[in-house]
Design a protein around this ligand. Structure first.
Ligand SMILES: Nc1ncnc2c1ncn2[C@@H]1O[C@H](COP(=O)(O)OP(=O)(O)O)[C@@H](O)[C@H]1O
Ligand SMILES: [Mg+2]
Length: 167
């Protein structure tokens, strides 16, 4: 479909490819946005600077959000409403404790009517529900490697549709 997938390694649950620059990361997010729907939770794993926020920006642009996408690092979440659907962009890098989670009422954000994208899910431990898709970003040469894993049936369906589109 495009260059980002030229070195793709695939199976039913997994997919990986090389993203040469930040526009490739944005494009990957935009493509992914076509296959996500309310109720889906996506975890983004990777060090600081790996490209998690850039990828989320691509997803939001793909969903039709045309304004600036800020990193939610300081307030843990940025909330968007796109065509009537709530989109929560979390960043738990600065997450401290369970009390913070309870007081903010984050649990209710993960529901069948909303889309949740989470940077640093590791920092929230087992508080988070299981993701449908997990994306791992790592620095490779001058670009990034991205590894996508479908963790639920909904995630597998999402990946399957993306593949069908490409073939
Ligand atoms: N595929 C890529 N190749 C090279 N640089 C990239 C790529 N994707 C994103 N970047 C750059 O990496 C930097 C950090 O990205 P960011 O999305 O803020 O990372 P994170 O949210 O994981 O900390 C940004 O300057 C961004 O432009
Ligand atoms: Mg970030």
């Amino acid at each position: 479909m495009h260059n980002a997938h030229s070195t793709a390694a695939e199976s039913a649950r997994n997919f990986s490819c090389y993203l040469a620059d930040d526009s490739a990361t944005l494009k990957f997010g935009e493509e992914l946005s076509t296959y996500i729907h309310p109720g889906l939770t996506i975890h983004l794993i990777g060090d600081l600077g790996a490209g998690k926020t850039t990828l989320t920006r691509g997803i939001l642009h793909g969903l039709g959000y045309s304004h600036t996408v800020k990193s939610p690092t300081y307030n843990l979440v940025e909330i968007y409403k796109i065509s009537g659907v709530y989109f929560y962009h979390f960043d738990f890098y600065r997450f401290n404790d369970y009390l913070e989670w309870e007081e903010a009422g984050f649990r209710e954000y993960f529901n069948s009517d909303s889309i949740c994208v989470v940077e640093w899910p590791e920092k929230a431990g087992d508080l988070l529900p299981k993701p449908d898709l997990q994306l791992v970003l790592s620095i490779l040469d001058n670009g990034r490697k991205i590894e996508l894993q479908a963790c639920t049936e909904a995630g597998i369906q999402c990946l399957k549709q993306w593949r069908n589109q490409k073939n």
